[in-house]
Write a protein that binds this ligand. Structure first.
Ligand code: PLP
Length: 288
């Protein structure tokens, strides 16, 4: 008998990069290696960040501000949003988990392009939702038409990774607007823009433009990939009260428009999707 859910054993594991110390030993200690396996920026933190972390560390014996009021206020001001439209968490993966938890019951479906960010299958499977990976186009980008066709009445959430990790492709022009507009109002579109700050092409749309005017679009951004912003995300991630902090933050996410009566009287839908992989194939496709 297993104490933990047996299905969790089927989830792909995150494969971390090699430890710099091991690489250094293998190379005969010639060069100090720089770890980049998780897309870290190779430069150090911006001036002031280390000081801010050190300053905050002096209060490590206190619970942090569960509402991240100051941080959310500053982020909101810099993006032209209302503070209530901003939620913070221990990294954007933690927020992605909260979004899946907030939107799905067991068996509900979450669509994402594959291959994309390796956390998606783990986040989805971890909450007993059904992962619906839709194969990338031949050019390794999102096949938005196929993703749209993969939507069923059980679809609760769609991840759109723009630019896509790890293929580096980006959705351009009006494609994202068309996709978002084509989504049912009760399907949450999560535009993961972990690499937004590296986009130089003006033709790549800013997900926030969609999130501002629509109830069913949220955008994930992270300080991790910037490599400089660690003070909030990283500190919270290491803090022993992180779980509590995230739970507290859930009310921001749950502030999304409710979907009254959606499930009442629903028959289990037939899959309308030809492009998405069959359930058996999904697990295989999700294996990184
Ligand atoms: C697409 C994407 N989203 C999110 C993340 C993780 O962000 P965080 O460190 O904020 O959890 C990454 C990191 O590799 C990523 O590639």
């Amino acid at each position: 008998m297993s104490l933990v859910r047996a299905d969790l054993a089927k989830l792909p594991s995150y494969v971390p990069g090699r430890r710099p110390a091991d690489v250094a030993d293998a190379a005969g200690n010639l060069l100090p290696p720089v770890r980049l396996a998780s897309n870290e920026v190779p430069y150090g933190p911006l001036p002031g960040v280390v000081d801010a972390i050190a300053h905050a560390a002096a209060d490590a014996h206190r619970y942090p501000d569960a509402g991240s009021v100051e941080l959310r206020g500053r982020l909101a001001a810099s993006y032209g949003l209302d503070p209530d439209q901003v939620a913070t968490g221990c990294g954007s993966v933690a927020l992605a988990e909260q979004l899946v938890r907030a939107t799905t019951f067991t068996g509900d479906e979450v669509i994402y392009s594959w291959r994309s960010f390796e956390a998606y299958p783990i986040v989805v499977g971890g909450h007993s939702a059904v992962a619906v990976p839709v194969p990338n186009t031949a050019e390794h980008g999102h096949d938005l038409a196929a993703m749209r066709a993969a939507v069923t009445d059980r679809t609760r959430l769609v991840f759109v990774c723009n630019p896509n990790n790890p293929t580096g492709t980006a959705i351009r022009g009006g494609e994202l607007a068309e996709f978002v507009d084509s989504m049912p109002a009760d399907v949450l579109v999560v535009v993961d823009e972990a690499y937004r700050e590296f986009v130089t092409d003006p033709d790549v749309p800013d997900g926030l433009d969609f999130a501002r005017g629509r109830e069913n679009v949220v955008v994930l951004r992270t300080l991790s990939s910037l490599g400089n912003g660690g003070p909030a995300g990283r500190l919270a991630g290491r803090d022993p009260t992180c779980g509590r902090h995230r739970a507290q933050n859930r009310h921001h996410l749950l502030g999304l428009q409710p979907r009254p009566g959606r499930r009442a009287g629903r028959a289990r839908p037939a899959r309308r999707n030809a492009a998405a992989l069959r359930p058996g194939d999904r697990r295989a496709a999700a294996d990184p």
